[in-house]
Design a protein. Structure first.
Length: 473
């Protein structure tokens, strides 16, 4: 038999081996850091459980601080006898917990962020969870950031209009509703030309066929109506006003040629010449001018050179025998007044130009009886200032009287009178009574020049032979 001590040693060795094996089976896993387990199975056998990331024993060393004792039977208690508390995962660490992830613990978990409320509506940090919690400011993202059941409240949620041409005004036909205004959109719909950055309310209107300032009117530029010179036009016809036609800036004439060229330093009839005769200043010679008509009347009244109107169209009766005008020679007989006229056939003459002169050139004779004139001599003419000259027009008439009288003898009178219009104090002619007060107005529109004479007696006749220079030089 083996010796006793050998048996004892063998038994001790076997017992040691068993202890070693036992210790190997129930050894507590090495705690490398605070987070060494995620579930109980990772802690092995021997009563170890996983509590808040560490392996521990519920009532032994190492003690499970957060684990609830007897949680399945009586609601559980804590190691210190306190009451457990429910915590909620707060993965986004915004201070608000996830209702779907409760943790029943005796102390706040260390392995996962938690909160003591379950008010979070988005606890996913990978899905902008930090932007979601009660009282969070709303973001323009289409979500309920403040967890109150309403999306994007507090933001305007308004209607916006696309500003494609970037002029600050929106296209009324292209709308969008956004909680905040996106880039390229505006809150007005006032653009009238959405694809033009130069057309918007208040823009400068230019002549281009567009309503640049969006006022409902196209091409109403500030230059419209301004004075300009019409191309290719003469005289007053070159006076124009700017207009916009078909998107082009043009100068439209505002004057048409006048029938007469008045004495106003303007080319009224637009022929390239200013103040030309016969319109301004009258014809140089009446005789031979196709626009001048001659005529005469034997009036049935002795007017003595005093009249209040022109006589060609007066209501005085025509006496017999009638006066005759042959060419530019006027003949007649009788002691009543006679009138001769040189008249413009259509229109008037403007005799208002400075230094205009009526050239009254005629050879005048009579075989009528004689009478005593005012100076005591004999004359074949009635005793008043003769001949009288009347300037007749639509604006009135002027009665021009020689001073002294020219026809005051028995012989042939060679009348060579240059009568300034209007007469001057040194010319030997005056503006007689009954004349129109607006002398310049009459001179601007003279239709007819009348010459009035009155023989001294009814017997015999007279001849008034106008010379070729009779006219308005």
């Amino acid at each position: 038999m083996p010796p006793i001590d050998r048996l004892v040693r063998s038994a001790l060795l076997a017992l040691g081996a068993c202890v070693v094996l036992a210790l190997a089976c129930y050894e507590v896993p090495e705690v490398r850091d605070y987070y060494s387990c995620k579930e109980d199975a990772e802690c092995g056998d021997g009563g170890f459980v996983c509590d808040d990331g560490v392996c521990c024993r519920e009532r032994e060393d190492p003690v499970c601080i957060g684990r609830v004792l007897d949680a399945g039977t009586d609601g559980g208690t804590c190691l210190d006898g306190g009451t457990p508390q429910t915590f909620y995962e707060d993965l986004d660490e915004d201070g608000f917990g996830n209702l779907t992830k409760p943790l029943y613990r005796c102390s706040p978990p260390q392995s996962v962020p938690t909160a003591t409320n379950d008010d979070d509506c988005n606890d996913n940090p990978n899905a902008s969870g930090r932007l979601f919690f009660p009282g969070a400011p709303e973001q323009c993202d289409g979500f309920d950031n403040s967890c109150d059941g309403v999306t994007d409240e507090g933001l305007d949620g308004g209607l916006y209009y696309l500003d494609e041409d970037n002029d600050g005004f929106g296209d009324p036909a292209r709308t969008g509703t956004f909680c905040q205004r996106p880039v390229g959109w505006v809150d007005n719909r006032n653009d009238c030309v959405p694809d033009s950055g130069t057309s918007y309310p208040g823009a400068l209107e230019v002549c281009n066929g567009l309503d640049d300032d969006c006022n409902g009117t196209t091409d109403d530029t500030a230059q419209i109506g301004q004075a300009c010179t019409a191309p290719g036009k003469l005289g007053v016809c070159a006076e124009g006003a700017r207009a916009c036609v078909g998107g082009k800036d043009v100068c439209n004439p505002v004057r048409t040629p006048a029938a007469l060229d008045t004495c106003n330093a303007k080319d009224d009839d637009c022929d390239g010449t200013t103040d030309e005769k016969p319109d301004c200043g009258g014809p140089i010679r009446f005789a031979g001018d196709p626009s001048v008509i001659f005529g005469a009347r034997h009036l049935g009244s002795a007017l003595q050179g005093v009249m209040g109107e022109c006589l060609k169209d007066s209501t005085l009766p025509n006496a017999t025998p009638a006066d005759v005008v042959t060419g530019d020679v006027w003949t007649g007989s009788g002691s009543t007044s006679h009138v001769f006229w040189a008249e413009r056939d259509g229109g008037t003459w403007d005799l208002s130009r400075s230094l205009t002169t009526l050239k009254l050139f005629a050879d005048v004779s009579s075989d009528a009886g004689t009478g005593t004139n005012r100076d005591g001599g004999l004359s074949r003419w009635s005793d008043h200032g003769q001949p009288i000259v009347l300037l007749c027009g639509p604006g009135g008439f002027l009665r021009l009287v020689p001073s002294p009288a020219i026809l005051d003898s028995t012989g042939t009178e060679f009348v060579r009178q240059n009568i300034p219009l209007p007469p001057t104090s040194t010319s030997g002619w005056v503006v007689g009574l009954n004349s129109s007060s607006d002398v310049p107005g009459v001179l601007r529109q003279v239709k007819r020049i009348e010459v009035i004479i009155q023989p001294a007696a009814s017997g015999g006749g007279f001849t008034f032979d106008f010379q070729p220079d009779f006219g308005l030089p």
